[in-house]
Write a protein that binds this ligand. Structure first.
Ligand code: FES
Length: 179
């Protein structure tokens, strides 16, 4: 169930659309932010709020890689393997991530820190090859930089990321750190 603050947010969101169902994506985002993933119970709850069936919600949640229907690790590593990233070595980036985490795509590392996904173009082709972690992009990667990134995250150190997904290191910001 959404908490009271989030139910209020949903009420406000619904008012912006001609029909409640049109608010589905932002409402699912709120649900995921609250619980870390979207459980079957939460999908039914959202369905009741927006007058949509559970199967409709399930279809949407499982279609978009940004939504999780089961708990994820602290960091969701999304490795782009689409054409630009593929041509610039995304296979090596994906192998490096899988080897480091000791799991396959779709799985979570035993320490609960990393979940790996393979995704389509994230719109940051000029920074290929790249990975996304949450809303942050890490671009122009090679195996060495990828290992450094994973090590830093594993050790709760801050790391640099390219805020705008433009492949330009000049506007890097800091990410992570702490538990
Ligand atoms: S192909 Fe990887 S970001 Fe576009």
């Amino acid at each position: 169930m959404l908490n009271e603050a989030n139910l209020n947010k949903v009420d406000e969101l619904i008012k912006r659309y001609p029909e409640p169902r049109a608010a589905l994506l932002p409402v699912l985002w709120i649900a995921q932010e609250q619980e870390g993933f979207i459980s079957e119970k939460m999908m039914k709850h959202v369905g009741n709020l927006l007058h949509l069936s559970y199967s409709h919600i399930l279809g949407v949640v499982t279609f978009y890689t940004m939504f999780y229907d089961k708990p994820h690790g602290k960091y969701h590593i999304e490795v782009c393997t689409n054409i630009s990233c593929m041509l610039r070595g995304s296979d090596k980036i994906l192998s490096t991530v899988k080897n480091y985490c000791g799991v396959k795509v779709g799985e979570t590392s035993l320490d609960g820190k990393f979940t790996i996904s393979e995704v389509e173009c994230m719109g940051a082709c000029n920074g290929a090859p790249m990975i996304a972690i949450g809303e942050d992009y890490f671009e122009n990667l090679n195996e060495e930089k990828t290992l450094e990134l994973l090590n830093n995250l594993s050790n709760n150190k801050t790391v640099k990321f390219s805020k705008n997904g433009n492949g330009d290191d000049d506007d890097d910001e800091e990410f992570g750190g702490g538990d």
